[in-house]
Design a protein. Sequence first.
Length: 392
Amino acid sequence: MTYDIMDSILSKNGRTYESIDKGVWLFGAGIFGERMLCFLNSNDINALGFVDNNPQKINTQLRGKTIYSFEDFKKLYSNELILLCVLRKSNEDQIIDQIIRNISFVDRSFIIKYDAFMDSLVSEYCWKKQGRMVARVVQISLTERCTLKCKKCAHACNLVDMNATDLEVEDIISGIDVFFDIVDYIEEFVLLGGEPLLYKNLAHVVGHIGKHYRNRIGVFSITTNGTIVPNEQLLEVCEENLVKFRISDYSNTIERLKKPYEKLAATLNQYDIDYEFEKVEWVDFGFELVDRGTDSEILKRVFENCKTPCRELRYDRLYYCMMGRSISENMGYGIGLDDYLDLKNIRNSETRGKYEFLRYTLGFLDKGYIEMCQHCRGKEAYQYPLVPAEQM
């Protein structure tokens, strides 16, 4: 795909870009809405205010922005974007209907769901209008070793020996520096594994990111299974750099984890570190069962229907699908390991580099798919729910 074709695709959103220029209303003045406000402020996008159903919030302020009722909002609204900031995606269509019922003159096309806004519109807008590159999420797998041995692990970390070699810290730091040569701001930067707290240089990595790039990251997080309590050095550097712990809550499946979770929570509270226990839904991607062959048209359809958000930074490479890379390595497929964007090759050309990064993260891959689509159910996986973290 050439630059001109991609540019014409982006230009189709011209009307939306003009709307963003006018400013954005945020529907939902909760934790998610507050996070979105910080994101908009960090990227010079004007947040006009909040709209909320909660009578206790109406006519108060959140980070200097007024929270309006529907009645007051009617008097102020003049065809600006309304961004839905709701945690439950299943509620989004109901909320759009509610807005239309309460404010009949709102054009439905000006009501934007969070995923649609963040997956493409913001990054397109910032590149097209500001020459800046804004990304949504990137993850670094510091180690593929794990303290649990989960059946159907989506990264196949259950197959990795505890004596396996982790990434060298110099390679991780080099990759981070190259990444931020291209990316001006990212909504969430994630350190994970395997179990990232097994990585002996974790505090050093957190400190480097915090010192050099914390002001260019919305949420800086560590995803952990909660089986390890961080040491004092790591706790101090996480507190200093406002790191959030996302703890995968497997206590319904593994009852013995309840006490380690309590100990971890107490420790994080002691250091005033933000954390969240997350009930994670697991599905069976069928990696060991599916073989679609090499028909490019079939693989393109699988890829287009999936469009996973799971970008991985590994060495100086950006992998479109973190699971595709890790499964291929850990299950021994050995395919698709060259399905990445070489960040070193594009870092020295600011405009072209940002364009290539945007093109790749939006899914405009040269082949139109990644090789590991051969062995993945893609979106069909959600028809195959699993018990989370069932142990081998």
